[in-house]
Design a protein around this ligand. Structure first.
Ligand SMILES: *Cc1c(COP(=O)(O)O)cnc(C)c1O
Length: 435
């Protein structure tokens, strides 16, 4: 299997190259050249998510140096449960939050981390992953790379601009993971990453790479929980469930579509967004326009210009074509609050603000149609206590894995938003050396 850039079909690379480069040299995103055609019976003997992953991902690593290591990579990726839990009439929740940082991003980050560690085994210098984060991505990446050989991570986050709990998750690391608080906003962190990538001094001293969500190495493993859940549903009910995916940058939703392309028994796919409107606007009007991102209660979905739109438009080239593949529904903050408030009574469940979007979409559409639902739970509610706890009137218990990370939290070095201050911390040198 080869991977091509969304901007030039002639530029084809192996999976390993796509993982290491992240972005194609022409600025495009890597996509698989084709999808294998599996039927549900292909997975008849696969009972664990590790087994399903290995079977599903096998064609995607074909011909790549990682092919021989796929079994080990799938085992390293999971090692925590993915649960499909029935919650009510014809409705199940796909719980993707049992990993180390209690959100679905653990899956993609762990697959990528393990793959990159293996690909750099014989390099004379570790690979340095530089990430700017506004909260959750950084924690998932830090957790995934922590103590992996041949790789190191530098996480930059805006001081005072993330919640206390997010900060504790970002700063609970050591060894090969360094977290730095930047006196500025998220954009300053992102500018610092860009500046380091373009700086000769950094280039000569570090082998820099990024692990952001556009990396195909994060997308592919996300297909596997849709495969696992839809197979489980198929075996029990013999139907193709409608899957509702809380969506922002659209990677998770796209992974669901990829799984369906591979022949898995998935019915309709609905992207549940918050008040940010790029996707619904595109589907409604046929015109693609990025928006300024709007702050909502489902912060991890506050995206005005989702990067995976480029992949969606590559595979489904017009709005009409995309509208055949998916639908999208917008959910307001009031609706999110309302669902969280009613969650315990109606579903015996405490929803996090992102999952609440999927629940609201189901509520709207279940009135008129007769179907089975899988609602994707992208995060544990304990990650967002400031939103959730006042609405349910009690505290949310913190999952053990998350509590462990937070207990290790320690004050990070703080820098001004310029490259010489960053170099000072990273290379342990005087800021005046590289003005
Ligand atoms: C990142 C994130 C999302 C959005 O996923 P995309 O792949 O960016 O669409 C939804 N919920 C949570 C909790 C997240 O962290």
């Amino acid at each position: 299997m080869q991977y091509l850039s969304t901007r030039s079909a002639d530029h084809r690379v192996s999976l390993s190259t796509a993982l290491q480069e992240g972005l194609a040299p022409d600025g495009g995103l890597y996509v698989p050249e084709r999808f294998p055609d599996f039927g549900p019976e292909t997975f008849a003997d696969c009972t664990t998510i590790e087994a399903v992953s290995e079977r599903l991902l096998r064609p995607f690593v074909e011909g790549d140096p990682l092919a021989d290591e796929l079994t080990a990579i799938c085992e390293a990726t999971f090692g925590f449960p993915v649960r499909l839990r029935g919650v009510g009439r014809r409705t199940s929740v796909l719980e993707l939050f049992h990993g180390p940082t209690a959100a679905f991003k653990d899956v993609g980050a762990r697959f990528l981390a393990d793959s990159l560690a293996r690909l750099n085994e014989n390099a004379d210098q570790p690979l340095t992953i530089l990430v700017a984060t506004s909260g959750d991505t950084g924690a998932a990446v830090a957790a995934a790379f922590w103590k992996k050989p041949h790789v190191e991570v530098i996480v930059l986050y805006p001081k005072g601009k993330v919640s206390d709990r997010q900060e504790q998750q970002l700063t609970g690391w050591s060894d090969n993971v360094q977290t730095i608080a930047v006196r500025g906003v998220f954009d300053d962190c992102q500018e610092l990453v860009k500046a380091a990538f373009q700086d000769e001094h950094w280039q000569s001293r570090k082998r820099l790479s990024s692990a952001n969500s556009i990396n195909i190495g994060r997308l592919l493993p996300q297909m596997t929980y849709y495969a696992y859940a839809s197979l489980q549903h198929w075996r029990t009910h013999g139907t193709r469930p409608t899957v509702v995916v809380p969506s922002g940058n659209l990677g998770n939703g796209l992974a669901c579509l990829y799984a369906r392309e591979c022949g898995l028994p998935i019915g309709d796919v609905i992207f549940a967004t918050n008040e940010n409107r790029p996707v619904t606007h595109y589907l409604d009007t046929g015109e693609w326009t990025p928006f300024e991102s709007k702050e909502t209660l489902a912060t991890a979905m506050d995206v005005g210009n989702p990067s995976n739109m480029e992949r969606l438009r590559h595979h489904w080239s017009t709005a009409e074509a995309l509208a055949e593949a998916i639908s999208a529904e917008r959910v307001t903050d009031e609706q999110i609050q309302d669902q969280i408030q009613r969650g315990l009574d109606e579903w015996s469940t405490v929803w996090d603000p992102h999952t609440a979007c999927a629940v609201d979409v189901r509520d709207r559409l279940a009135r008129d149609t007769d179907r089975d639902w899988i609602l994707v739970a992208t995060a544990h509610p304990a990650k967002f206590p400031e939103v959730v706890e006042p609405l349910i009137g009690r505290e949310v218990d913190i999952p053990e894995s998350l509590a462990k990370v937070m207990a290790r939290s320690h004050p990070p070095p703080e820098i001004d938003p310029n490259l010489s201050s960053l170099a000072h911390v990273v290379f342990d040198e005087s800021p005046s050396v590289h003005p």
